[in-house]
Design a protein around this ligand. Sequence first.
Ligand code: MG
Length: 387
Amino acid sequence: MEQGKRHIAILGSTGSIGTQALDVVRQHRELFEVELLTANNSADKLIAQALEFDANSVVICNEELYGQVADALQPEGIKVFAGMKSVCDLVAADNIDMVLTSMVGFSGLASTVAAIKAGKAIALANKETLVAAGSLVTTLAAKHEVPILPVDSEHSAIFQCLQGAGGNKLSKIHLTASGGPFRTWERERIAVARAADALKHPNWNMGAKITIDSATMMNKGLEVIEARWLFGVEPKDINVVVHPESIIHSMVEFADGAVIAQMGWPDMREPIQYALAYPSRLDLDNRKLDFATLSKLSFEQPDLDRFPCLSLAFEAISRGGNIPCAMNAANEAANAAYLKGKISFYEIADVIERAMARTPFIAAPDLDDIFATNDETYSRTNAEIWR
Ligand code: MG
């Protein structure tokens, strides 16, 4: 990527990653030009962001809210569009160099593919894109010579560690996990835990979907698959280690046994700035590590009995094809149902396992197969949950 001012699009700008990305931009207005902001439903927040950052264009995906956004922004000379289709069209515009994909879930795939085809650098926060279509997306990015810069803290950590690798191949990834809000709970207590309990995440400030995924450890499962595609490692060479302090954000190991770790206080703005400004590092008003008061870093094995979703993710990636896509779709349906109190904690894993078992296997799915697998699995899973 060329140096100088970077012209960015933020897809999902009103969510947790989007707002933290704009906080990074706010501290470095001289480096970034905000070209495009998109949101699903948060019209008021989108309007405020577009005015503050003088965006060129915005998209409100919920078309019913178009009038409200257009009335507020068009008089200011900001172009306003509605609907998901507009996102796919606008990410390809000439005024954009980099697209931060911070939408939630599978819904981010179409616009990510559109941005890659248009040759835009991708700052990837939407991990479900790689879970559902990792082979297709990474192949497409290579074909268009588009960098995929990870925003997920663990993958940013691995990417940062690899800057010191001097071209040596890594032999293992140690993917750290906080263990989530139920790490120390007995299985019986987890079984009756409600979404409100899960939403009290100890370390990271995140959106609701990922916080539930963190409680089930499906988030770590999704990240294993994400790492597999971003770094070309076999699943057997990805070791998940629970590290409750969330200070080490992940590690890479080399053939000689040397391990390089990336550390920092848990704050998503650090990996966001690294992706947005890569290869530069920016001043950030975040909390810095103080090793004198950091009394210990601890590590433990993940408990697959209490957190079965992690095993399901390893099973999905080892089966390959369209199975990770089916797993992801079932998880999106189950996660939302758990948030609404419709199913219990361990029903999430049961629902996903059944969905994976009944998915007709496609070994080398194309993009149409991926969309079909997602849609069919999502609606069948919802029908099962809400019947
Ligand atoms: Mg993460």
